[in-house]
Design a protein around this ligand. Structure first.
Ligand code: AR6
Length: 231
């Protein structure tokens, strides 16, 4: 059995350009204090039961692929606990590949309290959503909908009613949202990852060929949506 997903490797060399972070941005602006930052959870690896090893491989491949499209923006993988397996695997793989630790790093904390509790300002956060884009259900989805207030559900409905696995949709938070006012989050990007939990919709029955493809698509959609917001 294949132990991990093999993805294209031809992006590996491009991240090593030796640029100094914070000096240039997409529009040539110098924004050294608060660079645009996307905080994202590890999609599919908890309730959706996707392999942590395969997910870590895909996260690092996709981060690497988007490095040179980021300008001065940053990507941050977040999880709740210091014991997070996914964070340590991703950290090790990113170090191995010499990915710039100012443009991509991991962070332990609640994604809805990064600024107030962690002192990390992220203008965009990603949500590991369900296909109906509904609040609740546990995990990061329940936490984000609850912290954002009812305005997130309303604003989400104006963008989309559902998502297919592998896709993402960006939603701007209304001006009344506590997530905006307390945390400085302007957008939530909902992402639907592949599901390996037989008790959830779109169950893939251990088909990791399809699962890895969909998780790769999910991160591409997420990072592309983030870049569209900040450029
Ligand atoms: N802050 C940071 N990370 C978190 C938080 C938080 N508040 N809560 C969970 N995580 P999951 P999935 C981490 O289960 O596997 C929902 O019910 C968690 O440790 O939220 O994609 C939806 O409605 C893990 O690393 O998402 C869907 O039906 C990561 O977030 C389903 O779960 C993702 O865990 C999606 O399942």
């Amino acid at each position: 059995e294949e132990s991990s997903c093999r993805m294209s490797r031809n992006v590996a060399m491009e991240s090593e350009k030796g640029e100094s972070p914070g000096v240039r941005s997409l529009e040539g602006k110098i924004t050294q204090s608060d660079p645009p930052t996307l905080a994202f959870p590890s999609i599919s690896t908890s309730d959706f039961k996707f392999s942590h090893e395969k997910a870590a491989e895909i996260i690092v491949e996709k981060v690497e692929e988007f490095m040179d499209k980021l300008g001065n923006a940053r990507l941050v993988l977040v999880d709740l606990s210091h014991g997070s397996k996914i964070l340590s695997m991703v950290k090790a793989k990113a170090t191995e590949k010499n990915i710039s630790s100012t443009k991509f790093f991991t962070f332990v904390g609640d994604i809805t309290k990064l600024n107030s509790e962690g002192g990390l300002r992220c203008n965009v956060i990603a949500n590991a959503a369900n296909w109906r884009l509904k609040p609740g259900g546990g995990g990061v989805n329940a936490a984000i909908f609850s912290a954002a207030g009812p305005g997130l559900e309303v604003a989400t409905k104006q963008q989309a009613n559902s998502l297919h696995p592998g896709n993402a949709v960006a939603v701007q938070l209304p001006s009344t949202s506590p997530l905006l006012n307390r945390e400085g989050v302007t957008h939530v990007i909902h992402v639907l990852g592949p599901n390996m939990n037989p008790q959830r919709p779109n169950y893939l029955n251990n088909d990791y060929d399809e699962g890895c493809k969909l998780l790769g698509n999910a991160y591409s959609s997420l990072f592309q949506a983030f870049i569209s917001i900040v450029q």
